[in-house]
Design a protein around this ligand. Structure first.
Ligand SMILES: Nc1nc2c(ncn2[C@@H]2O[C@H](COP(=O)(O)OP(=O)(O)OP(=O)(O)O)[C@@H](O)[C@H]2O)c(=O)[nH]1
Ligand SMILES: [Mg+2]
Length: 325
């Protein structure tokens, strides 16, 4: 029982470090709601993070990402790893929307405590979903989950950003999504480390495979890296391809460590995170300084075309005690 308010964040952090599931769930909710004690707890956990292999999983809605992740979680359990899954604002949340069969499989998986699955929203988090997600990942990392999957839907800018937070990015495609593949070109192709064509039991799988293979061969789509992203065929519902994907993930981890990219990606992630927090904090403090009315007044002047947005930003910035440029 926790009674002392002062020591609450420390106690909660200690329980998370022990891997206590109820404490993990509690702090995850505090993070989502943007509750102040969350920062205290995170501060106590931070030095214990940095061990987990973070894997971003992205792709169009319904491609089979969640189904694939349940299979991968089971496979990595068999390989002796603890697995965390964070589903970011999913259109079909793992808990509520998942099919009955999936729910039963989920319960089997999480029963021994070796798998932790959580859907994230960002109800009150200052920095939005991206920051809430990286907080959630840190919590699971500190709690001893060695492999953490971060599932995002789509291939837009936000998803690319969240995916690039990870050490390894896995792109899951499915047949019959020709237009999606075109959209892939614009971002995810550059950040993808492993490509999966799921639903290979469906018509059109070969066409999707060769389209992707062709795009991956086109050198200008890829950054200069020694890693050649594998393209793997899968049928998540039958567990086909899961072994190959698990092997590819472990191979990529080994590559990152050997090449020094592990440290490089970690440094980049830390920098991005601090910048995000700084941006969110500055904005929130600025809003706190201004009367609600003057903020609204300036914004309506912009809407009425009486003030241009750059000058509006200048006027708002003038409220902060910073030397202006
Ligand atoms: N035929 C076939 N169906 C599959 C396969 N993998 C998944 N499905 C089905 O496709 C549907 C969507 O699967 P999910 O795993 O929820 O897909 P998702 O990408 O996580 O979906 P969102 O999170 O909503 O974007 C479910 O009905 C799955 O049973 C597959 O390999 N073959
Ligand atoms: Mg899903």
């Amino acid at each position: 029982m926790i009674t002392d308010i002062e020591s609450y964040p420390r106690d909660l952090a200690a329980q998370v470090l022990q891997g206590e599931r109820r404490a993990i769930a509690r702090i995850l909710s505090l993070v989502e709601d943007g509750q102040p004690p969350a920062r205290e707890v995170l501060a106590n956990l931070y030095s214990h993070t940095g061990k987990a292999h973070l894997i971003g999983v992205t792709g169009p809605p319904g491609a089979g990402k969640s189904t694939l992740l349940l299979g991968l979680a089971k496979e990595f359990r068999a390989r002796g790893k603890k697995v965390g899954i964070v589903a970011v604002d999913p259109s079909s949340p793992l808990s509520g929307g998942a099919l009955l069969g999936d729910r039963i499989r989920m319960q089997e998986l999480t029963a021994d405590g070796g798998v932790f699955i959580r859907s994230m929203a960002a109800r009150g988090h200052l920095g939005g979903l991206a920051l809430a997600t990286s907080d959630a990942v840190k919590i699971l990392d500190a709690a001893g989950y060695e492999i953490i999957f971060i599932e995002t839907v789509g291939a837009g800018q936000a998803e690319v950003e969240i995916a690039s937070e990870a050490h390894t990015t896995m792109v899951v495609e499915a047949p019959g999504l020709g237009d999606e593949i075109q959209a892939l070109k614009s971002g995810i192709l550059e950040v993808g480390d492993i490509f999966v064509v799921n639903k290979s039991d469906r018509e059109g799988a070969e066409a999707t495979l060769s389209a992707l293979r062709f795009m991956l061969k086109t050198e200008e789509n890829r950054p200069s890296s020694k890693w050649q992203p594998p393209l793997i065929k899968a049928v998540a519902t039958k567990g086909e391809g899961v072994l190959e994907i698990a092997d590819a993930l472990q191979k990529h981890l080994a590559y990152l460590k050997e090449s020094g990219e592990w440290e490089e990606r970690n440094r980049m992630r830390s920098e991005q995170e601090v910048m995000r927090i700084l941006g969110a904090e500055l904005l929130s403090r600025l809003r706190g300084r201004l009367e609600g009315e003057s903020w609204a007044a300036i914004l309506s002047q912009v809407a009425e075309r009486k003030l241009d947005p750059y000058r509006a930003a200048e006027e708002l910035l003038a409220e902060l005690p910073l030397p202006s440029e």
